[in-house]
Design a protein around this ligand. Structure first.
Ligand code: NAP
Length: 531
């Protein structure tokens, strides 16, 4: 059924915006697009090794203590070097953001929206260049990088429209003899802490949501992907966001994170990352500091242990394909990645056979070579942890493929499938964040749902079934923030699939949805006596 058209957005002083549409992906099977991408890769390689200083307001700062970002596909290549912030600089960045916040919050929403739409236009213009930075710094393959950059553009376009809606008149009941209004105001200084796995989309999404709502921002990017953050800062400045409205504070989270979170002038923290860091931030933020006059707000999106349930009554080939791409796309390094396949006993053996054969045929190698389906994992540390989990998996189940070394100068880990895994097993319960899939046999559909819900997390999940009653049951009982029926559990689209998880997966902030910007705003009610 065609979707009803959304009403066009309008705000005084602004053109009417066309209805939001997701950014189309570049088709790399077209020779001209392929050639353009090769050229972008070459141009970006030409910028490798650049030294990026810190900027706070209009001051550029060289601390000399450098963070060296390498290409995980070829660790001899230095993508960029970055000056690490000290705790004192972290304090200074919050103070700079605080000093400017009273001016920024008075900048008309229409102007902030215009800047954000310009940021989207610039990203679109530089799309392949950004694809290339992601390929080299985060080890994304061409299509994965393209999806990430497209999502960043989507966030800009979507939140621009949302801000117009929220800046306009809000409907409230009008009491007799009163003029009653409700308006949304920014919160103040926000600390934005993203992960490396959507190094542009999540980082940009949280940052622009905070900025367009009128908050000033200290963005502490992941230490794995600082160059992408530095490049995004160029986009924001070109789009007209004032220097004082945001700082990209490169540096180790363990060195400057606490200072940013605890500072009394910090009003909110928007975090996406692991459970343990998210919980620590939540705990620190809840402690009132001397001079602090508000309760800090924490938006924390955290880990996952996402399951796909394969019913006896399902199209097995489609289920195998869905599990394969959800488990091994971007090397399993998505919070939404399928790390548990829960399969009805009646189709368990044929499922395993088909899945294993397909997984063995996946090509693993440097992400800049489009012939590879999987690139490297992000770091030596990640590779070590993943290989250790595969060893655990060998004890906890039957390793069907993987666990072997891969050639090359990068952090390559071939896909691993461990069958016959018990629900109490570590590899069934703990987030691994790599290409490791645990497969578990279910007695029937009820048992499969029970196993799927046996987790502290609740981010994404999928069910493959041709039985409408089973799909209904899953809709009611599968306790996840993002449920997919008869499709993969990765690839949430802005606008269509607002994203965020339950339980230890976070605060269910629903990025890319109509409720998201409210997390960066506070509402003020004004009642005026008339007559
Ligand atoms: P991480 O280790 O938790 O790091 C996330 C961010 O927190 C990084 O910028 C990191 O900085 C910073 N950080 C580290 N210690 C800190 C501290 N004490 N105080 C403040 N900040 C600190 O996670 P990651 O490895 O980057 O990302 C993978 C995780 O993110 C997985 O668990 C994945 O499931 C989750 N994730 C969740 C979602 C979602 O929407 N739910 C989306 C994507 C990823 P440094 O890099 O400098 O350490």
């Amino acid at each position: 059924m065609p979707k009803p058209a959304l009403p066009p957005c309008h705000y005084e002083g602004m053109e009417t915006l066309p209805e939001f549409r997701n950014e189309p992906y570049t088709d790399f099977s077209i020779p001209a697009n392929r050639a353009a991408m090769e050229q972008a890769l070459e141009q970006v390689r030409g910028q490798f090794g650049h030294d990026y200083q810190l900027r706070i307001g209009s001051d550029w700062i060289a601390t000399g203590d450098r963070l060296i970002s390498v290409n995980p596909s070829n660790t001899r290549q230095v993508v960029g070097t970055h000056h690490k912030a000290t705790p004192d600089l972290a304090k200074r960045s919050i103070e700079c953001a605080y000093a400017y916040s009273s001016k920024w919050c008075r900048t008309p929403a229409a102007e902030r929206v215009r800047m954000l739409l310009d940021a989207a236009r610039i990203l679109r213009r530089r799309k392949m260049e950004f694809d290339a930075w992601l390929i080299y710094e985060s080890g994304k393959t061409w299509p994965e990088a393209e999806a990430d950059v497209s999502e960043a553009i989507d966030f800009c376009e979507f939140y621009a429209r949302e801000m117009l809606r929220l800046a306009g008149p809000q409907k409230v009941v009008q009491l007799p003899g009163e003029d009653d209004q409700l308006m949304y105001l920014p919160l103040g200084v926000g600390v934005v802490i993203p992960p490396w796995n959507f190094p542009l989309a999540i980082m940009a999404g949280m940052t622009v949501a905070a900025l367009v709502t009128g908050n000033t921002v200290v963005l502490k990017p992941s230490s794995e992907t600082p160059t992408i953050a530095a490049k995004f800062a160029e986009v924001l400045l070109e789009a007209g966001f004032p220097e004082e409205s945001f700082t990209v504070l490169t540096g180790s989270g363990s060195a400057v994170g606490d200072v940013l979170v605890e500072h009394p002038k910090t009003r909110f923290i928007a975090f996406t990352g692991s459970r343990d860091v998210g919980l620590r931030i939540n705990e620190l933020a809840s402690k009132t500091q001397p001079g602090q006059i508000w309760i800090k707000r924490v938006v924390a999106e955290m880990g996952g242990k996402d399951a796909i349930v394969v019913d006896a009554e399902s199209d097995l080939d489609k289920a195998v394909e869905g599990v394969l791409v959800s488990a091994f796309g971007y090397q399993g390094q998505k919070c939404s990645a399928c790390s548990r396949a829960i399969v009805d006993a009646q189709v368990y053996e044929p499922f395993l056979e088909k899945l294993t054969s397909k997984a063995k045929s996946l090509r693993v190698g440097p992400a800049d070579d489009p012939a590879n389906y999987m690139g490297p994992v992000i770091s030596a540390g990640a590779r070590k942890t993943i290989l250790e989990y595969i060893e655990v998996g060998k004890q906890e189940g039957r390793l069907l493929t993987g666990g072997t070394d891969a050639d090359g100068e990068g952090y390559f880990v071939p896909p691993a499938i461990v069958a016959d895994v018990d629900a109490k097993a570590r590899i069934f319960q703990e987030e691994i964040f790599g290409p490791v899939l645990a497969v578990t046999k279910a007695r029937d559909f009820e048992h499969a749902l029970e196993l799927a819900n046996d987790s502290q997390y609740g981010l994404t999940g999928a069910v493959y079934s041709n039985n409408p009653e089973h799909l209904r049951q899953a809709t009611e009982q599968f306790h996840v923030g993002n449920l997919y029926l008869n499709r993969k559990c990765t690839g949430a689209m802005v606008g269509a699939h607002p994203f965020g998880g339950f339980n230890m997966s976070g605060t269910d902030s629903k990025a890319g949805g109509p409720d998201y910007l409210m997390l960066f705003l506070q509402a003020k009610s004004i009642a005026r006596k008339v007559g």
